[in-house]
Write a protein that binds this ligand. Structure first.
Ligand SMILES: [Fe+2]
Ligand SMILES: [Fe+2]
Length: 205
C-alpha cells in the first residue's frame, strides 16, 4: 500500500497532520500508535474508493483510539461533566474510549467536525444510521493490515465490494463473539445489528 501523507487543507482542527501524529504518538503505546496509523491508511483507501473526504478519513482514523489508554476516572469525570447518559457508567473502556473519547478529542485536539466525531463515537458500537465516513472508520479498524483473526480475509473482500455489507458482516460477527463469551452487549450494538444485518441477509439470499 502506498503511504498517504496528507497536508491538511480543510482546517478541520488547529493542527497539521504532523502535529496530530505527534500528539497520538505521545498518547499511545508504540503498538497502539502503529495500529492507528494503519487504520488511517486503510480509512484513506476506503475513502478514495467510496467518494468520501480523504482528510476527514485521515483525522478520524488517526484519532479513533486517542483515548483508549486513559484511566477509567478520566472517562467517568467527562460523563459527569458533560451530563452524558448515566447508563454509560455500567460499561467500561471498550465503550467509553469511542463514545466518551470523542469529547476528549474535541476538547484536547480541537476536532470540531461532528461528522468526524460521530464516526469516532460509533467506531466500536456502530449505529442504526452511519454516514459513509462512520462506516469507513468502523471497517478500517476491523480490517487494517495488522488484524489477523478467522474471517478477516472475508471481511476485507466484502468491504472492498460493498462498504455496507462489510458493516453488516462485522456487526454480526462481533455480536456472535460477545454472546459466545457471555459478555454484556451495549444496547446500541443491538440497534446496529437490527438496522444492518437482516437487511443484508435479505439482499444476499
Ligand atoms: Fe477503538
Ligand atoms: Fe482501533
Amino acid at each position: 500500500m502506498t503511504k498517504h501523507e496528507l497536508e491538511y487543507q480543510e482546517h478541520l482542527l488547529p493542527l497539521t497532520r504532523e502535529e496530530l501524529v505527534a500528539r497520538l504518538r505521545e498518547a499511545l503505546s508504540p503498538k497502539r500508535f502503529a495500529h492507528v496509523c494503519r487504520v488511517e491508511q486503510t480509512a484513506i483507501q476506503l475513502a478514495e474508493q467510496n467518494g468520501v473526504d480523504v482528510e476527514k478519513a485521515s483525522i478520524a482514523g488517526l484519532c479513533h483510539d486517542y483515548a483508549k489508554q486513559r484511566p477509567d476516572q478520566d472517562f467517568i469525570d467527562v460523563i459527569h461533566a458533560k451530563q452524558m447518559d448515566p447508563d454509560l457508567l455500567n460499561y467500561g473502556n471498550a465503550i467509553w474510549h469511542g463514545v466518551v473519547g470523542a469529547e476528549m478529542i474535541k476538547d484536547e485536539l480541537g476536532v470540531g467536525d461532528e461528522d468526524i466525531l460521530n464516526a469516532i463515537r460509533q467506531h466500536t458500537v456502530g449505529s442504526n444510521y452511519m454516514t459513509k465516513l462512520a462506516q469507513i472508520v468502523y471497517m478500517a479498524d476491523y480490517i487494517e493490515p495488522g488484524r489477523d483473526f478467522p474471517g478477516v480475509e472475508a471481511a476485507r473482500q466484502i468491504t472492498a465490494q460493498d462498504l455496507g455489507a462489510g458493516v453488516a458482516y462485522q456487526t454480526q460477527h462481533t455480536l456472535e463473539y460477545l454472546i459466545h463469551k457471555g459478555q454484556p452487549v451495549y444496547p446500541q450494538t443491538l440497534v446496529t445489528y437490527n438496522a444492518w444485518v437482516p437487511k443484508y441477509q435479505k439482499e444476499n439470499h
